[in-house]
Design a protein around this ligand. Structure first.
Ligand code: COA
Ligand code: AMP
Length: 622
């Protein structure tokens, strides 16, 4: 079927379309109604179907002849180790881990917070939760204690799973002090904290709460898969919104499994048995979908890489992994390629490896900027495909559907809407815009399977944030346009979310942290363009009583404050002290104008500006 036919079928008759895709999975009981609405008026897919995501990812393959095939390759240059698991071995590890969680009271519907580095136990414990019908919430290792605490309070887990440390290139990051301080800060205390001691750091254990992972595992019996409903939550993944409180995106078992399976063939053009590598982190949505669930549900071999694109040990790291493990498709963030390009512009290191196995490169997390695209496409001679998605959807909204009908690439475009996503460009009043007119990107309801159906514990926030701006549509928070050929161009966020090295961060949250400093009267944080990371946060700070204050000292303190409260991943390293912030007469800070000014882009001083001299003053400081 051509892309056009497939896409039209998904829009004209979504129920039939997705019912057909769902038949590729081994349900315990198929849903009686493919699409329904719940008590809040929200669309739900496969709500009363019964399945278990871990069964689909592991047991099904073991029972159907893939027991001896590799399921997982753990490749860790930072510890100089590799470990391989067949589907049978991984199933057994996961079943035992599920038994361990069961021994600590975890049952269907209970939450488990996972704060682990990129080690097999991260993937194993996610699948173990899925096996029990428990809901995991993975927290990225680069977040500081307050961020972990907020998530503990919101998800209220019974158990927290962690390790003694993570490793950042050659730096050992001890996790236990972070975990201890987060638990102390949080109102909700998990009953048990199960900790894996890694040889690189030994954690002090707290009697009565902390349990040694290996001992707990040795004492456990394997646990079986627990059937859950299609609409039961599989996981909560917190993502940045415009305020300090992250949003707990809820992913449901049924729709998620269907979308994962479909995407592996239709987007990534991967067959069961092939090796697929998403070079991301399990703490992000890309890691959830395409390190763990997508490849395993599809019967592939997935790669879990504990390293960086550069410095572990060099800019040839990705090519070494691809060639050594026979990777067919690589998926990572453009920032990783920019880092490689900077270190090895002529790709000399790549030439040392046989990359004949590599058939496609996929990029997401931020726009694949044309210079990086051109470099990649010329250097590696395989299709380089940008695709656009969000934590909220769990899979691509727009892509080059390589497994369906590869389309010519247009540099700077993420190509066309993925079947199921009825994408429109709207103006401020909700009027649909035509080709080449830039506006707000919205998706007409119903969204396809896998997209969020609520924010954990707060359906009203979900409606308010995503469904109320344009009734009948989901607002994505991104702006962009379709060209005359129907190619979609994503031009960036239209809210206070920024993208730093493919990591989604909230400038609003950084402003809240900066504003806590006793000397700060007010502040604005914007994302300025950065050659390597895409964007970097930059603060503009007005001090309360500038007399006697030492701006450099205060800026240093602000940098430390953001690092302490949000984490190193925020990469907040730059702020300038200004006399006043540019505002409209109604008091709105002109962040967009500031951003254009810092980036050296053209900008028009809004007629509503309160005091144009405020902009001139800042311009003189830059
Ligand atoms: N645990 C603890 N700290 C972490 C961390 C983790 N899991 N991940 C990142 N950090 C820290 C880093 O050590 C760094 O700390 P520093 O300020 O003390 O140096 C900080 O957070 C920022 O990290 P990062 O954004 O990774 O920048 P970097 O300068 O260390 O590396 C790249 C730059 C381009 C190599 C790196 O960002 C990268 O590999 N990006 C790929 C992005 C990606 O996978 N995105 C996922 C979405 S697809
Ligand atoms: P996250 O939820 O962390 O995956 O971040 C989602 C946001 O990243 C989107 O809303 C976009 O702003 C941005 N993004 C992700 N992929 C792309 C892409 N291919 N092109 C442009 N922006 C992207």
């Amino acid at each position: 079927m051509s892309y056009k036919e497939e896409y039209q079928a998904s829009i004209d008759n979504p129920e039939e379309f997705w019912a057909d895709k769902a038949r590729q999975l081994d349900w315990y009981k198929p849903a009686s109604r493919v699409l329904s609405t719940d008590e809040h008026g929200i669309y739900r897919w496969f709500a009363d179907g019964e399945l278990n995501t871990c069964h689909l990812a592991l047991d099904y393959h073991v029972d159907n002849g893939r027991g001896d095939q590799l399921a997982l390759i753990y490749d860790s240059p930072v510890t100089a180790t590799q470990q391989k698991f067949t589907y049978l071995e991984l199933r057994d590890e996961v079943a035992r881990c599920a038994g361990m969680l069961k021994n600590y009271g975890v049952e269907k519907g209970d939450r488990v917070v996972i704060y682990l580095p990129m080690i097999p136990q991260a993937l194993i414990s996610m699948l173990a939760c899925a096996r029990l019908g428990a809901v995991h919430s993975v927290v990225f290792g680069g977040f500081a204690p307050p961020e972990l605490a907020v998530r503990l309070d919101d998800a209220t887990p019974k158990v927290l799973l962690t390790a003694s440390c993570g490793i950042e290139i050659n730096r050992v990051i001890e996790y236990k002090p972070i975990v201890d301080s987060a638990i102390e800060m949080a109102q909700h205390k998990p009953d048990t904290c199960i900790l894996l001691q890694r040889p690189q750091a030994r954690a002090e254990m707290m009697d009565g709460r902390d349990v040694d992972w290996q001992q707990a595992l040795d004492a456990a019996e394997p646990a079986e898969c627990v059937p859950v409903k299609g609409s039961d939550p599989l996981y909560i993944l917190y993502t940045s919104g415009t305020t300090g409180k992250p949003k707990g995106v809820v992913r449901e078992n049924g729709g998620h499994a269907v979308a994962m399976k479909y995407s592996m063939s239709a987007i990534y053009d991967i067959e069961p048995g092939e090796v697929y590598w998403a070079a991301s982190d399990v703490g992000w949505v890309v890691g959830h979908s395409y390190i763990v669930y997508g490849p395993l549900i599809h019967g592939c071999t997935t790669v879990l890489y504990e390293g960086k694109p550069i410095m572990t040990p060099d800019a040839g790291a990705f090519w070494r992994v691809i060639s050594e493990h026979g990777v067919k498709a690589l998926f990572t963030a453009p920032t990783a390629f920019r880092a490689i390009k900077k270190e090895d512009p002529e790709a000399k290191l790549a030439k040392q490896y046989d990359l004949s196995c590599l058939k496609t490169i996929f990029a997401a997390g931020e726009r694949l900027d044309p210079p990086t695209y051109e470099w990649l496409a010329q250097t590696y001679q395989v299709p380089v495909l940008d695709h656009w998605w969000q934590t909220e959807t769990g899979w691509a909204i727009a892509a080059n559907m390589h497994g369906l009908e590869p389309m010519p690439v247009k540099s700077g475009s993420s190509t066309v809407p993925v079947p199921g996503f009825n994408v429109e460009i709207l103006d401020e009043e909700g009027k649909q815009l035509g080709p080449n007119e830039q506006g707000f990107i919205a998706v007409k309801l119903p969204l396809p399977p896998s997209c969020l159906t609520t924010i954990w514990g707060d359906v009203e926030r979900f409606k308010e944030n995503y469904l109320q701006t344009y009734p009948g549509y989901f607002t994505t928070g991104d702006g962009g346009y379709f060209d005359e050929d129907g190619y979609l161009f994503i031009m960036g966020r239209v809210d206070d979310v920024i993208n730093v090295a493919g990591h989604r961060l909230s400038t609003g949250e950084m402003e809240e942290v900066v504003g806590k400093h006793p000397m700060v009267a007010e502040c604005a944080v914007i994302g300025r363009s950065d050659e390597l990371k895409g964007q970097m946060p930059m603060g503009f700070v007005v001090l309360k009583n500038a007399e006697g204050a030492q701006p450099e000292t205060i800026v240093d303190e602000l940098v430390q404050l953001v690092r302490k409260d949000i984490g190193a991943v925020a990469a907040f390293k730059e702020a300038i002290v200004v006399g006043r912030l540019p505002k409209t007469r109604s008091g709105k800070i002109l962040r967009k104008t500031l951003r254009a000014m810092v980036d050296g882009d053209e900008y028009v001083v809004p007629s509503t500006i309160e005091d144009p001299a405020a902009l001139d003053e800042i311009k003189a400081l830059l």
